[in-house]
Design a protein around this ligand. Structure first.
Ligand code: CIR
Length: 266
């Protein structure tokens, strides 16, 4: 079966949540995640990645960086190499030094954003034709320009778009599912950003389902969104749908895409 992504993911990088995840950043004032439950949910996530056909690697927890389980934000992995980003939250800036040697174990070429701009990986969506970068509280125009230049050197076209003000990251409310198709919220669907794509909207009241990931012939979806799960089962009848409990990541504004860097290596 083909992936509909134009390639297959072979590897992923994740990082164990630490006890300090209880102090993770969050926009609202909700309860702290339970580290033990988060670790259990994270293990299930790694198993699902493995079953989807990648070789998942998991780095040890970094207690000094409460949000470091969200490895998507400090780096971007592309077919030609990796880019070390500049996360917009001060408390997360040091995560990049920890990620750099890890990227070198997988990629010959690693570019490093020099700044002063900032970019969080959660604001970057790579589709088959372009790289969308959403401006947000964590990603600014200067960061976009530097990233755009690096991507252009690898032949990728970057497009600057706006992340809706009410959400943390561009991909909090949208996901590329392959086959030129985007899963997103109504607000994102109506923004015009995805006019060149087929849009599948999450069900009303299930906005948090929009952060899903396509890994080869599998779609990983957060559990608890039955209407969206049904929509995806019908739209992607040839793919496997796996629902995963992400309740603890959600307490600190995280979702499925944030907990791994997925890429293809021979
Ligand atoms: C943060 O605010 O940075 C973390 N608590 C959540 C990051 C989630 N990452 C993502 O959506 N890419």
């Amino acid at each position: 079966m083909t992936s509909g992504l134009g390639f297959r993911f072979t590897h992923s990088i994740s990082r164990m949540p630490g006890q300090s995840i209880a102090s993770g950043l969050r926009a609202g004032g909700g309860p702290d995640p339970d580290p033990a439950l988060f670790i259990a949910q994270h293990k299930a996530y790694l198993v699902a990645l493995g079953e989807a056909g990648v070789e998942p690697s998991c780095l040890p927890a970094l207690e000094a960086y409460p949000d470091s389980v969200f490895v998507e934000d400090p780096a971007l992995c592309m077919p030609q190499g990796a880019i070390l980003l500049r996360p917009g939250a001060k408390s997360r800036a040091g995560e990049t030094q920890e990620m750099l040697p890890v990227l070198y174990t997988h990629f010959d070429t690693v570019h490093i954003l020099q700044g002063p701009g900032m970019v969080d990986g959660g604001d970057i969506m790579v589709t088959d034709d372009e790289v969308l970068v959403g401006l947000s509280a964590r990603t600014d125009e200067s960061g976009f320009s530097e990233l755009e230049t690096l991507l252009a050197g690898w032949g990728h076209k970057a497009r600057m778009v706006q992340t809706p003000a009410s959400i943390l990251h561009f991909k909090t409310a949208s996901s590329f599912l392959g086959d030129n198709t985007i899963l997103c919220t109504e607000v994102m669907a109506q923004s015009g950003v995805f006019d060149a794509y087929q849009i599948v909207q999450v069900a009303k009241g299930e906005e948090a389902a929009a952060n899903a990931i396509r890994v080869n012939d599998t779609i990983l979806l957060s559990a608890g969104f039955p209407k969206t799960a049904q929509i995806l089962r019908e739209r992607f009848a040839d793919l496997k749908l796996v629902e995963l409990d992400t309740s603890q990541a959600a307490l600190v504004d995280g979702g499925l895409s944030c907990m791994s860097l997925r890429f293809s290596r021979v």
